[in-house]
Design a protein around this ligand. Structure first.
Ligand code: VTB
Length: 345
């Protein structure tokens, strides 16, 4: 599945990033998201695959495109029978976030990206639209730090694993009221905190790359994006754990149902009988074949954002595969039309 798909999904995230980047700084996060969704879906439907969205824009009734359960790929289109036999293709599950960090894009801030993860059918946890407490750390700390430990304890472990003092560690945390105590604890333990307004997927994955000066991601973000982060970290050998958060009192912001009790009921109805379970990355992304792709919309720690020029654009993307054991940075020049003149870009 992997060889050609790996190449095609680069284009999927590139197209979504270009579409969103056109709306960068326009202050309209919904539009920035919508155009990315459309671009991602259009390109995905040209791929010779039998894909199913397991993490997407929401339930079918609320999301006209890339809704959970939507089938994507050439062979799922209405006239597919004329030219391909869907039964010959393996079924794959896809998690998408066409514009991760919509606010970042809408306000021209760093770190938004188009992102997706792919596995064979059943290989990605269909996370409910809840929040998730997350812990990401570099490969050297995989399985050693633990989300059930305090931030202080984890910082001690990190400092040993990375062979540096706690003062030299940088922890990324989203700036939210729910994190006030966490931030204080990290600072008191001696580490430094990089506060971000949005975009914890990029922060999680950055932990796996030396040189990003990101040593951990701590705190609560959205659960579906946690699965996408887990897929990348599973391929990269980094540490990622998640635990669903269903108590509105803990989350403090965002839409997360009316009460803890009703949320537990909802989770049970979805088959999640232990709402407090801690998931390791290999449980969130259990696929034997995992692929991850992201393309920068605005420049961030890992990738540059989209840069437009005379009849074209340049994108910077990342494709990670656990089959070829590669993390590939792809720098692409897109020529929208035959350029009137050639220039070095
Ligand atoms: C967003 C987003 C993050 O979590 O903030 C979201 O920027 C949920 O948090 O990257 P809030 O509802 O408090 O804003 C992420 O989407 C991903 O986990």
């Amino acid at each position: 599945m992997e060889s050609t798909l790996g190449l095609e999904i680069i284009e999927v995230v590139e197209q979504a990033a270009i579409a969103s980047a056109r709306l960068m700084g326009k202050g309209d996060k919904n539009m920035a998201d919508q155009v990315a969704v459309e671009a991602m879906r259009e390109r995905m439907n040209k791929i010779n695959m039998r894909g199913r969205i397991v993490i997407g824009e929401g339930e079918r009734d609320d999301a006209p495109m890339l809704y959970i359960g939507e089938e994507v790929g050439v062979c799922t289109q209405p006239n597919a029978k004329d030219f391909c036999n869907p039964d010959e293709l393996i079924e794959i599950d896809i998690a998408v976030d066409p514009c991760e960090g919509t606010n970042l894009c809408a306000y021209g801030q760093p770190g938004s990206m188009a992102v997706l993860a792919i596995a064979e059918k059943g290989g990605l946890f269909a996370a409910p639209d809840f929040y998730m407490k997350k812990l990401a750390a570099p490969p050297a700390a995989r399985g050693k730090v633990d989300i059930s430990k305090s931030a202080t304890e984890n910082l001690k472990i990190l400092s040993e694993c990375l062979d540096r003092s706690i003062e030299e560690l940088v922890v990324v945390v989203m700036k939210r009221d729910r994190h006030t105590e966490l931030i204080q604890e990290i600072r008191e333990a001696g580490a430094r905190v990089r506060l971000i307004s949005d975009g914890d997927v990029s922060a999680a994955i950055s932990c796996a790359f030396a040189g990003t000066n990101t040593h951990a991601l701590m705190g609560i973000g959205a659960a579906p994006e946690g699965v996408i982060s887990a897929a990348a970290m599973e391929c990269l050998g980094g540490h990622f754990q998640g635990q669903l958060v269903y108590d509105p009192e803990v989350v403090k912001t965002g839409l997360i149902g009316e009460s803890k009790e009703s949320n537990i009921e909802r989770l049970t109805s979805m088959g999640i009988t232990d709402p407090d379970r801690i998931y390791n990355s290999n449980e969130l992304a259990s696929g034997k074949t995992l692929l991850f792709a992201a393309s920068g919309i605005t420049s961030g720690t890992l990738m540059q954002g989209v840069r437009f020029f005379h009849q074209g654009a340049r994108t910077h993307s990342l494709v990670i595969s656990n089959q070829s054991k590669t993390a590939r940075f792809v720098d692409t020049i897109h020529m929208f039309q035959k350029p009137k003149y050639i220039e070095l870009r």
